[in-house]
Design a protein around this ligand. Structure first.
Ligand code: GTP
Ligand code: MG
Length: 194
């Protein structure tokens, strides 16, 4: 897929504010600071379209990007960010949950995992939750530039084991720094677009 246009459409705090058109959308999920916003910028080939930050908890709204005037890339707030109040965490959790559950335009989810770490409880919860609701998931192991090429396969095996990933599903190895994995992600998105 060639990216011709990518436009920021809006940042929303409530489900009822989301765009009403029946345009297919792909959402990013993953721990806070895992690299969701950075992936969006790399894959859409725009340097500062989505705001990324080394401080976790940067994305606190549901952000919409219209791609090729055909589909939306949706940046969701990360889970597990420690520095927000319990009340705010619950509010985000509920918002993300009702988004994933109710949004009929949602055709797939990209779940990001840090290639260096074993998936945590939240990652596994998210995975089983998406599976239960039959939402197609693309697992992306990101920050691949941070480990040696030799260490990758071992990390991928550990991730697969922890997440109980089906044999035929292979996580895409990605780096927002080098751009590795970008084409594979675009191909996968393309294959689920109507
Ligand atoms: P929240 O909005 O807080 O949920 O975070 P996020 O998942 O959107 O993460 P973001 O894209 O803001 O990236 C967090 C930090 O990780 C930033 O400092 C990025 O530069 C860095 N980062 C993201 N992806 C990569 C990568 O592939 N390689 C390296 N080396 N750094 C990355
Ligand atoms: Mg972000």
């Amino acid at each position: 897929m060639h990216i011709k246009t990518a436009e920021f459409i809006g940042a929303f705090v409530e489900i009822k504010q989301l765009p009403k058109e029946l345009i297919p959308e792909i959402a990013m999920v993953g721990r806070s600071n895992v690299g969701k916003s950075s992936l969006i910028n790399k894959v859409l080939n725009r340097k500062r379209l989505a705001k990324s930050s080394s401080t976790p908890g940067k994305t606190r709204t549901i952000n919409y990007y219209l791609v090729n005037r055909e589909w939306y890339m949706v940046d969701l707030p990360g889970y597990g960010y420690a520095k927000v109040s319990k009340a705010e965490k619950q509010k985000w959790g509920k918002m993300i949950e009702s988004y994933l559950y109710k949004r009929k335009q949602l055709i797939g989810v990209i779940q990001l995992l840090d290639i260096r770490h074993i998936p945590n409880e939240n990652d596994m919860l998210m995975q089983s939750w998406l599976t239960n609701y039959s939402i197609p998931i693309l697992v992306v192991a990101t920050k691949a530039d941070k480990i040696s090429k030799g260490a990758r396969q071992k990390q991928i095996s550990l991730i697969r084991k922890a997440m109980d990933i089906r044999a035929e599903v292979n996580p895409i190895v990605f780096s927002a720094q080098t751009g590795e994995g970008t084409d594979e992600i675009l191909e996968s998105i393309n294959s689920i677009l109507p």
